[in-house]
Design a protein around this ligand. Structure first.
Ligand SMILES: NC(=O)c1ccc[n+]([C@@H]2O[C@H](COP(=O)([O-])OP(=O)(O)OC[C@H]3O[C@@H](n4cnc5c(N)ncnc54)[C@H](OP(=O)(O)O)[C@@H]3O)[C@@H](O)[C@H]2O)c1
Length: 323
């Protein structure tokens, strides 16, 4: 099968489309013929081994797992002997754990607990756009952020892969949502349900006198005192990303009870089913910026790394749409 492979850390130039052995499912795994995948920040963090800590995960000098790509959607081609939840031909979507990426390929083996039936009305691209970004938004808002109906919630980075899911998931909890993005994305962020939008090129959300019960930051470009200024007395700030190591360490060391990093998002069946329900109900609609082919994954990652994707960047994998 064809797969994107990297054998050394570096820029997207290290990514090569190669012929590799097709994996076989272990007892609890399904073999998925991939129809679509999506790119995440995790792909370029691992590809570049940036920050340096990524090397502890995937090899000090060179990558142990040479594949990338977390999110997948496709058709079950074969099942391991203990698989009970799926059969050959099922259309599924899901997300691979960070130490087992492999979605930028024609086939991948996934544990049956990490995939679910694809929402019937969604395209494979839409389904592949959702898992990791939606897990991040859901787990950040719910677990770290303790989101509750009626709250005033601010999403920083509302136009990005994670942010577009965060706006819609926060709305599904019955909250009043403010999205922060640049001028060109104001209409899009409004269109996915934000009650208010703030153009960060014109207004600083930490200086406008508003207070929020929950800030979900998918950018991570602000100081702890900025967050504190914009939070209500009982408010919580959940930080999902960071723009520099100093920002990361500041939040870790000085955040106190109110401001903190969310745990790294993890795929699990319970949350995947929650996401599927939101997708099926139309409460969450993936925003897709661009689609690239498998051989164009280096260009897709290059684009994502520029930091201004509008929603998700997806990969369409050639297939004949037959079992
Ligand atoms: N903790 C976890 O488990 C976890 C999981 C996934 C991702 N993450 C992290 O979450 C972050 C976001 O990921 P992503 O996939 O959403 O990235 P992304 O799609 O690349 O985000 C791009 C978005 O960021 C916005 N942006 C850039 N500068 C901004 C600013 N100063 N203020 C507000 N918005 C700004 C851009 O909007 P404009 O074009 O309008 O500027 C663009 O829409 C990354 O740092 C990633 O590493 C963490």
């Amino acid at each position: 099968m064809k797969a994107i492979v990297y054998t050394e850390y570096g820029s997207p130039d290290v990514l090569q489309l190669k012929e590799v052995e097709r994996p076989s499912p272990r007892d609890n795994e399904v073999l998925v013929k991939i129809y679509a995948a999506s790119a995440n920040a995790a792909d370029w963090h691992l590809m570049r081994a940036e920050p340096f800590l990524a090397r502890l995960e995937n090899g000090l000098l060179k990558p142990k797992n040479t594949k990338l790509g977390a999110d997948i959607a496709g058709r079950v081609e074969a099942i391991g002997r203990n698989v009970t939840q799926f059969q050959t031909g099922d259309e599924v979507f899901g997300s691979m754990p960070l130490n087992e990426l492999g979605g930028f390929a024609e086939y991948v083996c996934a544990h049956e607990d990490l995939v679910a039936l694809k929402p019937a009305k969604m395209t494979f691209e839409q389904a592949a756009a959702a898992p990791l970004a939606a897990f991040t938004a859901l787990q950040g808002l719910r677990d770290k952020g303790q989101i509750k109906p009626g709250q005033k919630v601010l999403i920083n980075g509302a136009a990005g892969g994670v942010g577009t899911f965060a706006v819609q998931i926060a709305k599904s909890y019955g909250t009043e949502v403010t999205g922060v993005c640049s001028t060109r994305n104001l209409d899009m962020v409004r269109s996915i349900g934000a009650d208010h939008v703030i153009d960060y090129t014109k207004e600083d959300f930490t200086e406008n006198g508003q207070r929020y019960d929950l800030i979900f930051d998918a950018v991570g470009n602000r100081s702890v005192s900025d967050y504190q200024r914009a939070l209500s007395p009982e408010g919580i700030c959940a930080v999902a990303g960071f723009t520099s190591l100093s920002r990361l360490f500041q939040v870790m060391l000085l955040g106190g009870k109110k401001v903190g990093l969310m745990e790294t998002a993890k795929g699990n069946k319970k949350d995947l089913l929650i996401i599927r329900e939101l997708l099926e109900a139309g409460k969450v609609v993936p925003v897709i910026d661009r689609a690239y082919s498998l051989s164009e994954v280096p260009a897709a990652i290059r684009y994502l790394e520029e930091g201004h994707a509008r929603g998700k960047v997806v990969i369409t994998v050639e297939h004949n749409n037959k079992p």
